[in-house]
Design a binder for this molecule. Structure first.
Ligand code: PGA
Length: 253
């Protein structure tokens, strides 16, 4: 089946407010009325509402880069799903490798985040991916299996349609060394198979699986041409309208 491609820009901890607004406006302008690809932008927390404002009435969705799995309460510095929805978000990224390996978030916490965000009505871009030493030790599938099993534990099947999985091999993120289209395809097939065990065949067939890790204008088309690569989660190349728009265009078939 043909799944609709989702290209999302993860701005990470880049851009001040004026630059964030300008970038969002330039992407809006460049995209025009293109609706064959779903597009989302994930700016830093402080600019969510400003970017949502710039994008209002456009086909571009807003996503957050993090969420805390609580209702309101005394959690200094945290932001919950209701606040993200109120700020105009449709998506939230959970389990990004920088949160797993730099900030130190564990499967249980990521599972709590995913469940809470889905429960609140957000779409969750759940990231999985192996480190280089794990790939070299032939542990890629075992790592993906673990991350999916524990990260998605007890997610109700009714919420599966609002899940997106991003396969992001840690060694490919920000390194300029993307996975080959074949490596991506192989990992995506495994992820879809594991997802079908968790949520059934129909949900797995519909699941959008993004590839992320050094996606650039010159490698986007070959990655996205793989049958199980349904989109891209883009870091560095999403920080300029021109390169992000080229990646989106590469996704239009
Ligand atoms: P990159 O980042 O495109 O800069 O490699 C991807 C990501 O971290 O989502």
């Amino acid at each position: 089946m043909r799944r609709k491609t989702l290209v999302a820009g993860n701005w990470k901890m880049y851009k001040l407010s004026a630059a964030a607004r300008e970038l969002a406006a330039a992407i809006r302008q460049g995209l025009g009325s293109e609706q064959r690809v779903d597009v989302a932008i994930c700016p830093p927390f402080p600019w969510l509402t400003a970017v949502a404002e710039v994008l209002r009435g456009s086909p571009i969705a807003v996503g957050a880069q993090n969420v805390y799995p609580g209702n309101e309460g005394a959690f200094t510095g945290e932001v919950n799903s209701a606040m993200l929805l109120d700020a105009g978000c449709k998506y939230v990224i959970v389990g990004h490798s920088e949160r797993r390996h730099v900030i130190g978030e564990k499967d249980q916490f990521l599972n709590d985040k995913a469940k809470a965000a889905l429960q609140a009505g957000l779409h969750v871009i759940f990231c999985v991916g192996e480190k280089l030493e794990e790939r070299d030790a032939n542990k890629t599938e075992a790592v993906l299996d673990n991350q999916l099993t524990w990260g998605l534990k007890d997610v109700p099947a009714a919420h599966a349609p609002r899940l997106v999985i991003a396969y992001e091999p840690v060694w490919a993120i920000g390194s300029g060394r993307n996975a080959t289209p074949e490596q991506a395809q192989q990992a995506h097939v495994f992820i879809r198979w594991r997802f079908s065990q968790l949520f059934g065949n129909e949900a797995a067939e519909k699941l959008v699986i993004q590839y992320g890790g050094s996606v650039k204008p010159d490698n986007a088309a070959s990655l996205l041409s793989q049958p199980d690569v349904d989109g891209a989660l883009v870091g560095g190349a999403s920080l300029q309208a021109d390169s992000f728009l080229k990646i989106i265009r590469a996704a239009v078939v």
